[in-house]
Design a protein around this ligand. Structure first.
Ligand SMILES: Nc1ncnc2c1ncn2[C@@H]1O[C@H](COP(=O)(O)OP(=O)(O)OP(=O)(O)O)[C@@H](O)[C@H]1O
Length: 786
């Protein structure tokens, strides 16, 4: 509801800390290619499955250098920077724990962390190789031998790794140590379609021609250890080029040319070893190489390992039995011989891998004077498949250990904050997984101890082992016996229940090199091969002959936890957004499951159990001041104002610290609801006023407009009337003048006529008179004369 459209960079800024809120925030950010988000101090990194170079440029490193945590966008560099600063300023070792499921981006994240630490603590390159260069170049070497394509990741690390980077008192990298955990040995001999075996086998098959010929190699499809799957090539990867790059990296790391030659010779030998097929021999239950092809591979393997071919055949096909009376050589049937062959291949490969790690460590060198270090842990996440075996058991055991460490730490940080703010608090309940750890590792009586016990008894089978488990943990609430199975068992891990198949537990737990193999390779003419099989110390060969992978792993984990406990941890949780390994696909359910397994939601839950929402005084007043305006008007200090607001709202259980208000789960929502109510009433008043104002404004405008229209119309009418009147007046005038003119004309005519008439008449009269007068005169004259 409150979240901004582009999400928040720290989940704790969300007013509502719940699963949908967290998921939605991650989704919004992922859409914008913002792959990093904080949850308090934990960094969540969602795999983009596409290159985002702008995130990792040199100038980004420069920007994050020394920047306060949280000031810039969330980033792995920010986490590494905090760890580095904490180490420099506090003089304490730090560790960064990167976890997540396969393909979530742990290895990439680890590489970025190491690059940034090398940037912070690197020296100006002097002659020769620098420590940081060697540390960085150890990655491609280990990847070539410890990574493989799986269905879940094209470059999956099949081992756990803890890199310890040591710093001198000036903060410069002065040494490093790499510890690896539990390499997946079974992959050497068994690959499922469409996965691949370890990269190094394919790289060697694509090496320059003279090397391929030297080791008598051919296309990977001709080797049994590679052709169980039809996948030989990786899209976008050129194995030939990778081979040369690995050789270069080996040079930088400090592996001599001679050792490199021996390493790849052993790799080739393993491939040939896998092709030695067996068939029944002449004697009962005996075996011999199947055909000429098998003999050729036997001979080549022996040549490459520099041992005797007959001795190799004997070591694969026969066992020496020592009885009190005599030493008997017993033959193995073809199936057992194949198992013996695969056992040898796995042993050689895992010893080769361990040798590489040792060599890298020796070559980089440790700094005995280093006071502080930064450890980076890149370890497999919780796994639960359809079929779960010993590997998943160990991986999930690791995750239980790390989860306990994580819980304790997150929990501790939370309590530290309360103490710093001097608020009253009581212990927060959180799910402690100690009971699962006891179930697995307790001595005696834990699953690992029972497994070791079973491995020591020659007559044990997985059935007897499973039965022992069922009896021992009948009422354990974390152990479940499935109804329909006689050998499977379920453990209720913190991240969910996992059903394990116990079939191969015994075999996989045995860390036992067959003495025949040990004798054969220990006496190889090649010092490198012989070095992989050093003679066993006298006493160990007698008394504690038995050693198990499980117990060794348990010990390794114990040491790792001790190291981690002595450091200040930082957590990065990698999340795989989809199983298609494609960019921009965000699978809600899948991600939610990972967040649960990664403890992110548990961290949120822990914080919910305490005071999950906290706000600095000014922020609190800014947001909730409107609930108690009198608290703002009264000129109180911030703390008192906050108190007054809380009092007025009647909230119980919340606390006021030195700089922050601490609210219980749900109280923020309650305050928000009240705030929304006040805001809604205010909004309604404002709306009402505005509507009135708008209506009045509209009315006035209409009134004014209509008056203007009316006046215009009236004017127009007046104009019209006036024009009419003017026309009328003009017409009358015209009529008048015309009538006058007519009258005048007719008058004039009449007058003229009258005058003419008068004149005529007068003329007549005058004439008449004149004539009378003339007559009179004439009469007179006449008369006169007369
Ligand atoms: N930050 C990133 N930017 C770009 N691509 C990445 C990033 N992180 C991971 N990827 C891609 O995801 C792939 C898988 O990542 P990565 O190998 O680191 O996973 P992982 O968690 O170490 O898996 P596994 O446990 O199987 O080793 C990488 O090969 C790379 O293509």
């Amino acid at each position: 509801m409150e979240a901004p459209a582009c999400g928040v960079d720290d989940m704790t800024k969300l007013s509502y800390l719940h699963e949908p809120g967290v998921l939605e925030n991650l989704r919004i950010r992922y859409e914008l290619n913002e792959i990093y988000t904080y949850t308090g101090n934990i960094l969540i990194a969602i795999n983009p499955f596409q290159k985002l170079p702008h995130l990792y440029h040199g100038h980004m490193m420069q920007q994050y250098k020394g920047a306060p945590f949280g000031e810039l966008s969330p980033h792995v560099f920010a986490v590494a920077d905090v760890a580095y600063r904490a180490m420099i300023n506090g003089g304490k070792s730090n560790s960064i724990l990167v976890s997540g499921e396969s393909g979530a981006g742990k290895t990439e994240t680890t590489k970025m962390l190491m690059q940034y630490l090398a940037f912070l603590g690197g020296r100006v390159a002097t002659e020769g190789r620098t420590v940081e260069q060697q540390v960085l170049e150890s990655n491609p070497v280990l990847e070539a031998f410890g990574n493989a394509k799986t269905v879940r990741n094209n470059n999956s690390s099949r081992f756990g790794k803890f890199v310890e980077i040591q710093f001198d008192k000036h903060g410069r990298i002065s040494g490093a140590a790499i510890r690896t955990y539990l390499l997946e040995r079974s992959r050497v001999c068994q690959v499922n379609d469409p996965e691949r075996n370890y990269h190094c086998f394919y790289l060697l098959c694509s090496a320059p021609q003279e090397e391929v010929e030297k080791y008598k190699l051919e296309h990977p499809k001709t080797f049994h250890y590679l052709n169980q799957s039809k996948c030989f090539d990786l899209v976008g990867v050129n194995d030939g080029k990778e081979y040369l790059a690995t050789r270069r990296a080996m040079d930088i790391v400090g592996i001599s040319e001679k050792d490199q030659e021996a390493i790849f010779r052993v790799v080739a030998a393993i491939l040939h070893l896998g092709n030695i097929d067996f068939t029944k021999g002449k004697e009962v239950d005996s075996s011999i190489p199947k055909d000429d092809k098998a003999k050729f591979h036997l001979k080549t393997t022996a040549d490459l390992l520099m041992c005797d071919a007959v001795a190799l055949e004997d070591a694969l096909c026969k066992r020496v039995m020592i009885t009190p009376e005599e030493v008997i050589k017993r033959s193995l049937d073809p199936q057992s011989a194949s198992i013996s062959r695969d056992g040898l291949a796995k042993t050689i490969y895992s010893r080769l891998f361990d040798w590489l790690v040792d060599k890298i460590n020796n070559s980089i060198g440790q700094d005995p004077n280093s006071k502080s270090l930064i450890g980076v842990l890149d370890i497999y996440g919780f796994e639960s498949f359809k079929a779960n075996s010993f590997e998943q058991f160990c991986i999930n055991f690791t995750n239980e250990k790390l989860q306990q460490h994580f819980n304790q730490h997150v929990f501790k940080m939370e309590q530290e904050e309360y103490t710093k703010e001097e608020i009253d608090w009581s212990y927060i309940e959180f799910v402690d997984n100690q009971d699962v750890l006891d179930l697995i590792e307790k001595k005696p009586g834990g699953i690992i101890a029972l497994l070791d016990e079973a491995c020591m008894f020659p007559k044990s089978t997985h059935e007897t082992f499973a039965n022992k488990l069922y009896q021992t943990f009948k009422i354990h609430k974390r152990f479940i016996k499935p109804k329909l199975s006689r050998t499977d068992f379920t453990i209720a891990h913190y991240a969910g229940e996992v059903l394990y198949q116990s079939d191969q537990f015994l075999d996989k737990n045995k860390d036992y090199v067959v003495p025949e193999h040990q004798d054969l390779l220990g006496t190889s003419k090649c010092p490198f091969v012989a070095g992989l099989f050093p003679p066993l110390p006298e006493e160990s060969s007698k008394s504690s002959k038995f050693s198990s992978i499980g117990s060794r792993f348990k010990l390794q984990l114990q040491q790792l936890m001790e190291t981690l406990n002595s450091t200040e941890p930082h957590y990065i949780r990698c999340v795989k957004p989809n199983n298609l390994l494609k960019p921009a696909v965000f699978e809600n359910v899948n991600i939610m499951q990972q967040l649960r397994c990664g403890g992110v939601l548990e961290a949120i839950r822990i914080s919910m159990a305490g005071y999950p929402t906290r706000r600095a005084f000014f922020e609190f007043i800014n947001r909730f001041g409107l609930l108690a305006p009198e608290a703002l008007e009264g000129n109180y200090d911030e703390k008192t104002a906050c108190k007054k607001i809380l009092q007025k709202m009647g909230l119980k259980g919340c606390q006021i610290g030195k700089t922050k208000v601490f609210l219980r789960a749900g109280q923020m929502a309650e305050l928000d609801a009240r705030r929304a109510e006040v805001l809604s009433i205010a909004a309604k008043t404002i709306q009402r006023r505005i509507r009135t104002h708008n209506a009045r404004k509209r009315f006035l405008a209409m009134q004014k407009a209509s008056m203007r229209m009316q006046s215009l119309w009236r004017r127009k009418l007046a104009f019209k009337l006036y024009a009419h009147l003017r026309k009328e007046a003009a017409a009358i005038k015209i009529q008048k003048n015309s009538r006058r003119h007519q009258a005048r004309t007719s008058y004039k005519k009449l007058r003229v006529a009258v005058l003419v008439l008068q004149t005529g008449l007068r003329v007549m009269a005058a004439r008449n008179e004149f004539r009378y007068k003339k007559q009179h005169k004439a009469a007179t004259i006449i008369q006169v004369f007369l």
